[in-house]
Unconditional design. Structure first.
Lengths: 323, 137
């Protein structure tokens, strides 16, 4: 890939045409950095020395997303999930710009056990950041409908654990789509949460950038494996009028992106073990890769937001790459 | 089908055991024939309940065993039975005392759906006796 590939086709007010944006996004899985600077989208391969300069120049808000740590998992796909989580933490602490906060998009634990939540919480204290925000995965709400999870990770939240906050000029919304799942169905937000969401964004100006984070993808990635949310369309309908919406999810243990109008969907890698690409295995269970390959399929997501621009710079990096 | 074969097998062993020394070991493990006949097993494997549809007589105890590396649950759609989250190799049992069709699913992976049919036409009338008297050849 050419270094510092500046995209010059500017067809809309963002200075980014959809085709070029997708072209840039296509590099994400192999470790590329896409960043908006002065209204021009630039893409760099990770490891490119120019990245360090970019980090210093851009961004009024930088945060990191991690996901699917599955503390307590100990099978062949990764017998040391605490070890790989620590590597992810080291990677975050090595970023040129320390993140303002970290989002964990669920499946903190394998079995919602107190000692698993403990280990996760203690480990994440090593991150050099001010705050960590969580949403639960289906593994975090087993047997108690998420009571233990909320007590520890979502105090002050509403309903099953949803909430919103403003920071850095953007509005962040943490949603819960892993509760009260219906037979044969997908992830589910439910009417109570949808009602809350509609009210939550009602007073916001359309120019306010929105970042939504939830565990199960809020778009139909692969319904055959349950990789989607049945009522996500209704949720997204409340966000249609906004100029910039970024949706960050986990659950599928791999990066995937889609851009639809003003909405950018993105899923993060796991810090624990990979899962197969949609339909490429008989089941969506933990995928065993050769030990020396594991770090190349786990990772973190670095997000940068520049006020006044409509697209967030999203960088995925695997545990085996140096930033 | 596997379950049905096993059940018939146990009943057959009970019937033939008196005459066949060859089967004595199996006979010992079979123990109380009624209990053996009323026990059914379902494996939770590869994100599915196997078998997906199981016919059992009234009074049958069904045991689910999670063979996956993922936790699964056994939740009936009408709240009649609910397991805790089952980790690898953990089991859950439920005894069906009334005839009917019971749909259930995994609340963690709701795409996983299955059915237990209790007291179907095949085994509706006194299933235990049918097992012992007619399938002993």
């Amino acid at each position: 890939m050419p270094k510092g590939n500046i995209i010059t086709e500017n067809l809309n007010k963002d200075g980014i045409d959809r085709r070029s944006f997708l072209k840039c996004m296509a590099w994400a899985g192999t470790g590329a950095l896409c960043v908006l600077q002065g209204g021009v989208l630039k893409s760099f391969a990770l490891g490119d020395s120019a990245i360090h300069g970019m980090h210093k120049m851009k961004g009024e808000l930088a945060f990191v997303q991690i996901s699917d740590s599955h503390i307590g998992f100990n099978k062949a796909a990764n017998p040391d999930v605490v070890g790989t989580l620590r590597q992810a933490i080291a990677k975050i602490n090595a970023l040129p710009t320390p993140p303002a906060f970290v989002l964990h998009t669920g499946d903190l634990s394998q079995l919602s056990k107190a000692e698993q939540f403990d280990t996760l919480e203690q480990s994440l204290k090593e991150i050099h950041t001010d705050k960590i925000f969580y949403v639960p995965g289906e593994h975090d709400v087993l047997d108690d409908n998420g009571a233990a999870y909320r007590e520890r990770f979502a105090k002050g939240s509403i309903g099953d654990g949803w909430y919103s906050f403003d920071t850095g000029g953007a509005h962040f919304i943490g949603l819960v789509n892993v509760m009260n799942l219906k037979a044969g169905g997908l992830g589910n937000l439910g009417s109570q949460q949808l009602e809350w969401l509609e009210k939550d964004v009602k007073h916001l100006k359309s120019s306010m950038p929105i970042v939504v984070f939830a565990h199960i993808p809020l778009w139909s990635v692969y319904p055959e494996w349950g990789w989607g949310t049945s009522d996500s369309e209704q949720a997204l309908s409340y966000l249609k009028r906004f100029g910039s919406v970024t949706v960050l999810n986990g659950h599928i243990h791999q990066t995937m992106r889609k851009v639809e109008g003003n909405v950018t969907f993105h899923t993060a890698m796991s810090t624990a073990f990979p899962q197969a690409a949609p339909g490429m295995a008989p089941t969506p269970g933990p995928m065993k890769v050769p030990v020396e390959k594991l770090r190349s399929v786990l990772g973190i997501t670095d997000v940068n937001f520049v006020r006044g621009h409509h697209t967030l710079g999203i960088t995925d990096s695997t545990l085996d790459t140096a930033i | 089908m596997k379950i049905a074969n096993r059940k018939i097998g146990s009943a057959s062993v009970f019937g033939l055991a008196l005459g066949l020394i060859l089967f004595s070991g199996v006979h010992a493990s079979a123990g109380d024939s009624e209990k053996v006949a009323a026990k059914y097993e379902i494996n939770i494997q590869d994100f599915s309940f196997q078998p997906m549809t199981l016919n059992v007589p009234v009074g049958a105890t069904v045991t689910w065993t999670n063979k996956d590396e993922e936790p699964h649950t056994v939740f009936s759609s009408d709240d009649m039975f609910k397991s805790k989250a089952l980790d690898t190799d953990e089991k859950f049992s439920f005894t069906f005392t009334k005839a009917g069709t019971y749909k259930y699913f995994c609340s963690v992976h709701p795409k996983m759906v299955a059915t237990i049919v209790v007291g179907s036409s095949k085994n509706k009338s006194e299933p235990m006796k049918t097992d012992e008297t007619e399938k002993t050849n």
